[in-house]
Write a protein that binds this ligand. Structure first.
Ligand code: ZN
Length: 106
């Protein structure tokens, strides 16, 4: 017998697994090809090895969902490192201007 508690528990488990997968995809979007295990060639017994079609013989594959996860991450968090660097440089310029120091490009 399925109760609402079971449904909610199942939903929470699915959401948790999705969050874990999103973190994995965010940190490791590219992995070894699952078709050829990074060998770039598919080997079958009794046959000549052929180039892997799954990865186009690169040996690497992008995990499903990596694109949307990264787009979401960059749209939410943006490029914080460069934004901070720009703000620091602007603050330095303002401080130099205040001191009356000559500008480099003047
Ligand atoms: Zn492959």
């Amino acid at each position: 017998m399925i109760t609402p508690a079971h449904v909610i528990t199942g939903l929470l488990i699915v959401l948790g697994l999705g969050a874990v997968y999103a973190l994995v995809v965010l940190t490791h979007p590219v992995v070894r090809c699952l078709g050829c295990k990074g060998q770039k060639m598919r080997r079958q017994p009794g046959r000549k090895p052929v180039k892997c079609k799954a990865c186009k013989a690169t040996g690497l594959m992008v995990l499903p969902g990596a694109g949307p996860v990264h787009r979401f991450y960059w749209s939410v968090f943006g490029d914080r490192f460069h934004d901070k660097r720009k703000a620091d440089l602007a603050a330095q310029c303002a401080a130099r201007k205040k001191q009356g120091a000559p500008r480099w490009n003047a």
